[in-house]
Design a protein around this ligand. Structure first.
Ligand SMILES: [Zn+2]
Length: 189
């Protein structure tokens, strides 16, 4: 995706939060998200996407982001079933609830760039606002159908399709290979 590097980063973080923090199935197996300390560690890992330094994440912040991740999942699921209206209403509700507001920031030797923050000034509030804004930018663009849910059997992990022609169907090469192998076996029998 090429909106700008910050939008790409928060959209990648939204994908990471949904996939790590929502229960379901992942690559052929039931998936239960981590809790407590392990959840906080998983969130710190996701927020360090793109070589950012991993922030300190309190368990309460990770719990708040797990709740946000459930809401974000609904956006991916709505787009995946072709219901962009529901996705847009859900994102608008998140933007309002997080009180997302633009804020020019300059840090780590980067030039001034646009961040979106929540009103409360908490880590979870800021990332909730950032993820909501990132998905709003995607839904408001011609690439609005690029949010997806894995179509492999027994997998519901989400992805953003950044391929040129928009033909991605799987969360990972692991799922792509599972489906290919199954198709190969089916042909051979
Ligand atoms: Zn998958």
């Amino acid at each position: 995706m090429n909106f700008n590097s910050h939008t790409d980063a928060v959209v990648a973080i939204a994908v990471g939060l949904v996939n790590a923090l929502t229960a379901g199935e992942a690559r052929g197996r039931p998936y239960q998200p981590p809790v407590g300390e392990a959840r906080a560690a998983a969130v710190a890992d996701i927020l360090s996407i793109g070589d950012r330094p991993a922030p300190a994440v309190a368990e309460a912040e990770a719990d708040a982001l797990a709740e946000v991740a459930g809401r974000l999942r609904g956006v991916f699921e709505a787009v995946a079933r072709g219901d962009v209206d529901t996705a847009a209403y859900a994102v608008n509700a998140l933007l309002a609830e997080t009180d997302a507001r633009p804020h020019l920031d300059r840090h780590d030797g980067e030039p001034w760039h646009l961040h979106f923050r929540g009103a409360g000034g908490t880590l979870s509030g800021n990332y909730a606002a950032g993820c909501a804004t990132g998905l709003a930018v995607v839904l408001g663009s011609e690439l609005h159908d690029r949010l997806g849910v894995c179509t492999a059997p027994h997998c519901d992990r989400v992805y953003v399709d950044t391929s040129r022609n928009g033909t991605r169907r799987f969360c990972s090469t692991a799922c792509q290979n599972r489906v290919k192998t199954a198709a190969f076996r089916a042909r051979g029998s």
